[in-house]
Ligand binder design. Structure first.
Ligand code: PA5
Length: 438
């Protein structure tokens, strides 16, 4: 289901080291699956694809249809784990040049950009639109501000009936969003309390916007389910998620502090954003953690490639490759070979892309950059579901191998406290004074 080829790590990490870490990796996986490690109150995602009921998925699909039938645009409001998964999957599954037929999905509330927000409000003025507001806590500032602004426009356009166009995903029974939804009659979907934002793509957080975009969410869950069965039980040498986590840990301990997740398919660019949040927010704690970065090759070989080849040797690459592209195209021959490309005539673009991949791996390994290769068969909901689950499981194991709690994110609060103080929020007066002296 997920291919993992680590032969290009072997010049840097020995077979013996990979063998010797087996016990620690299996112990980390045991802690995860037995729910005995730190953060175990947030492990609802582990079994979610196995336990979600057909009926719940059908309800989401129905709500999706309702949105498609009534809105030209769905504004998905959320930040961090509340939107990255949906946007990543949507990008991987969408046409590069979508025909303007289905409901357009636009993400908002993940930035404080005044220009973006004002322009989007203007864009929506004469379009039928609905809102999907996603916030587990129900109190995050960026989406809360966006919700206020877009709610006002919705009210202006649709009057008292506006509430029928608001679909919320939040923790049931808690938080401002839940209370507003109850009071105003917004449609509510549950984000289970025991699932953190960055692990929530298989809950209504990801499923509702994905259903609206026409993606087969049942297949997505089916892929995740298969991956859950495999990664939760397969022993170390056969469990790609465990081996991947173990290799990351071994490389980290050899000073490889940055992981560059590499794609050769532009549709995966946003998957890199999802991965960065998953690993960055999970592992970056107690002055530890691999810094997650991502790049699109061969595009970025013409920007980052020089650094990767010859810059500081503190990184490794993990390629996520799609074995079978959706489409392929042969390079034609020309009678006059002015561009000297006739040697490629008859070859397909994907063959050239694969050779670029191989050539780059060999060049980078020669330049002391360890390389891992993860492969999925194709970009379809089933394989994407498996890929997302693979990374989530590997992230949990990686975090435990590192000795941190991969399921909290207290560090994110620091900027919020300062922002609240500087904006004059009640209760932050002391901090405000301190910050203004700086
Ligand atoms: O992964 C996480 O937990 C975070 O990135 C959250 O998703 C993000 O901070 C948004 O939080 P909320 O959904 O509570 O608005």
């Amino acid at each position: 289901m997920i291919g993992l080829d680590y032969r290009h790590v072997l010049p840097f990490v020995s077979e013996a080291e990979i063998h010797n870490i087996a016990g620690r990796a299996e112990e980390a996986a045991r802690k995860l699956t037995a729910k005995t490690g730190p953060g175990n109150e947030f492990l609802g995602w582990l079994d979610y694809p196995l336990t979600i009921k057909e009926k719940e998925i059908d309800e989401i699909i129905e709500a999706g249809k309702e949105i498609v039938n009534s809105a030209k645009v769905l504004v998905v409001i959320g930040i961090g784990g509340s939107y990255l998964g949906a946007q990543a999957v949507m990008d991987m599954m969408s046409d590069y040049f979508p025909a303007d037929k289905r409901t357009q999905i636009i993400f908002a509330g993940n930035t404080l950009s005044s220009s973006y927000t004002a322009r989007l409000l203007e864009y929506l003025e004469n379009k039928d639109f609905s809102l999907n507001v996603i916030s587990k806590s129900g109190t995050t500032t960026e989406p809360a501000i966006a919700f206020r602004l877009f709610r006002q426009l919705l009210r202006k356009k649709y009057g008292k009936e506006y509430y029928k166009r608001v679909y919320c995903a939040t923790t049931i029974g808690k938080g401002a969003l839940y209370n507003m939804a109850r009071k105003n009659g917004y449609r509510l979907f549950s984000i289970p309390e025991n699932i953190g934002g960055r692990y929530s793509v298989f809950t209504p957080v990801g499923l509702l916007p994905l259903a609206v975009s026409g993606i087969d969410i049942k297949e997505l869950i089916a892929g995740a389910r298969e991956a859950a069965i495999r990664h939760k039980s397969a022993p170390y040498p056969e469990n790609e998620a465990l081996i991947y986590a173990a290799l990351r840990n071994l490389l980290y301990n050899k000073g490889k502090l940055i992981e560059l997740l590499v794609f050769y398919e532009p549709k995966m660019r946003f998957f890199g954003e999802w991965y960065k949040q998953l690993f960055g927010e999970s592992e970056g704690k107690e002055n530890k953690g691999i810094f997650p970065a991502s790049a699109l090759y061969t595009t970025d070989l013409h920007s980052l490639g020089q650094y990767v080849q010859e810059g500081k040797r503190h990184l490794f690459e993990t390629i996520v490759d799609v074995a079978n592209p959706d489409l392929d195209i042969a390079i034609p021959a020309e009678a006059e070979d002015f561009d000297e490309l006739n040697y490629l005539a008859g070859k397909t673009l994907s063959e050239v892309n694969k050779k670029a991949l191989k050539g780059t791996v060999l060049a980078h390994v020669a330049g002391e950059i360890p390389n891992l290769l993860i492969t999925i068969e194709r970009l379809d909901p089933y394989h994407i579901g498996a890929l997302l689950y693979f990374f989530m499981f590997a992230c949990g194991v990686s975090g435990y191998l590192l000795g941190i709690n991969p399921f909290n994110q207290e560090g994110v609060e620091s900027y919020k406290r300062n922002m609240f103080a500087l904006l004059g929020r009640k209760g932050y007066e002391e901090l405000k004074k301190k910050l203004e002296e700086l």
